[in-house]
Every structure is written in structure tokens, then in C-alpha cells.
Design a protein around this ligand. Structure first.
Ligand code: AMP
Length: 218
């Protein structure tokens, strides 16, 4: 099963992808996470991507398509992939179609998480994660039960992404609305678009996603 989770930054794609990964054994493929790993490793791709990401622009299609195509050859993606943050342009969507058909696979569904831009700014400007296990938190909605201690692993160090601030967030939303939102029509025309309410709470969004998946299986 190959799925795309589509929606602006902060829509909850990463959260839902992790839940689906755990439940169904699909592999989350987040191009943003891969780029952040490349930056942390100090690789050439990472060095080039950092300035672009910090201002909220898109990394070039060639670089992104190269990263995704390398990953699609790994054995742990055999059960299926949840694409999170990819594709973001029509060129990337077309490249994905080619990659999948070259492997005799197909895209089973595109789930668009509909959200409100202003609510997203508040969501994103407050988010942070545990440095040890990656558990997500938010100053406004989801603080740890004990201040400064991760509920999941007891870690006491937390990190905030440099692009999770109001100015960059507004730029990232503008880029999404201009370059990525047109993909909704691309996938609608192909007949595999499913729209869900991304403003609902995490459990309800998961239930809506599962309902799309069960229709696909049934
Ligand atoms: P994300 O974690 O998905 O919000 O991505 C963070 C940043 O990484 C984006 O603002 C872009 O600069 C870059 N990025 C991630 N995925 C892509 C992609 N598919 N195409 C271009 N740039 C990307």
C-alpha cells in the first residue's frame, strides 16, 4: 500500500504517518526528516539544503527526487510507503508516478488533510520534540505531564526546528499554497484523492484515515 499524506506544514502528516507506520508496518518516508538528517550529518546535500529550508523555500526537484528514488530501493519499504512532505511539486508527482510504475507498483491513495492556515501558525510556532525519542509536544496544546520531562522516555532535552517560527511558517504556507496545493487537482483527476478534516483531534484524524484505508482494502 503506497499512500501520500498531503497538507500544509503543521497539518499533522508526520504524526499520522508514525501512527500508520506502527499499526500497519508501512514505512514513513519524510523528505523533510531526511534533509534534516543530511544537515545533521554535514553532508553536501545537507549543507546546500540548510539555507533553503531555513527560509521556508523548496529544495530543488532533482535533489529530492534523487533522495526518494534511492530510498525506494531499500528492503524496508516493501510493505508500502507513506509519503510525508513529498511530492511537493508537479515535477515530483510525475517522477513518483514513474518510480512506482518502474517497480510494478501503484499509488493507492492520496489523503489530503484540510486545515485552517491561521490555526496552523499557532500550532507550528509552539511545537517541539524530545531530543531522545522524537515524541512531539506543543506549548499550546500538548505539554508533557511533568514540565521538562518527556512522557514517553523520561528525556529532559527538547528541540525546536529552526523553521518553526511565525515568519518562516507564513512563508512555508505561501509556498505550499502556490506550489503544492495544485497537486490536489492532479490527484483528483487521477481519482485517488480522499479529503479528511485535519483540524479534528489526533484520534479522530487517525479514525478518518483508517476509514479511507479500509475502503481501499474492502
Ligand atoms: P517538512 O519537514 O516536510 O516541513 O520540510 C521542511 C523543509 O524541507 C521544507 O520547508 C523544504 O525546504 C524542505 N523539503 C522537504 N520536503 C521537500 C520536498 N518534497 N521538496 C522540496 N523541499 C522539501
Amino acid at each position: 500500500m503506497n499512500l501520500i499524506l498531503m497538507g500544509p506544514p503543521g497539518a499533522g502528516k508526520g504524526t499520522q504517518a508514525k501512527i500508520l507506520e506502527e499499526k500497519h508496518g508501512f514505512k514513513q518516508l519524510s523528505t523533510g526528516d531526511m534533509l534534516r538528517a543530511a544537515i545533521a550529518a554535514g553532508s553536501e546535500v545537507g549543507l546546500k539544503a540548510k539555507a533553503i529550508m531555513d527560509r521556508g523555500d523548496l529544495v530543488s526537484d532533482d535533489v529530492i527526487i534523487g533522495i526518494v528514488s534511492d530510498l525506494m530501493d531499500r528492503p524496508d519499504v516493501k510493505k508500502g510507503v507513506i509519503f510525508d512532505g513529498f511530492p511537493r511539486t508537479t515535477a515530483q508527482a510525475e517522477a513518483l508516478d514513474k518510480m512506482l510504475s518502474g517497480k510494478g507498483q501503484k499509488l493507492n491513495a492520496v489523503i489530503e488533510m484540510k486545515v485552517d492556515d491561521e490555526a496552523l501558525v499557532a500550532r507550528i510556532a509552539g511545537r517541539y520534540t524530545c531530543a531522545k525519542c522524537g515524541q512531539g509536544y506543543n506549548d499550546n496544546y500538548a505539554k508533557p505531564k511533568v514540565t521538562g520531562v518527556c512522557d514517553n522516555c523520561g528525556g529532559t532535552e527538547f528541540i525546536r526546528r529552526p523553521d518553526d517560527n511565525e515568519k518562516t511558517m507564513r512563508d512555508r504556507l505561501a509556498v505550499y499554497n502556490k506550489q503544492t496545493a495544485p497537486l490536489v487537482s492532479y490527484y483528483k483527476a487521477k481519482g485517488n484523492l480522499h479529503v479528511i478534516d485535519g483540524m479534528a483531534n489526533i484520534a479522530d484524524v487517525t479514525a478518518a484515515t483508517e476509514s479511507v484505508l479500509s475502503k481501499l482494502k474492502g
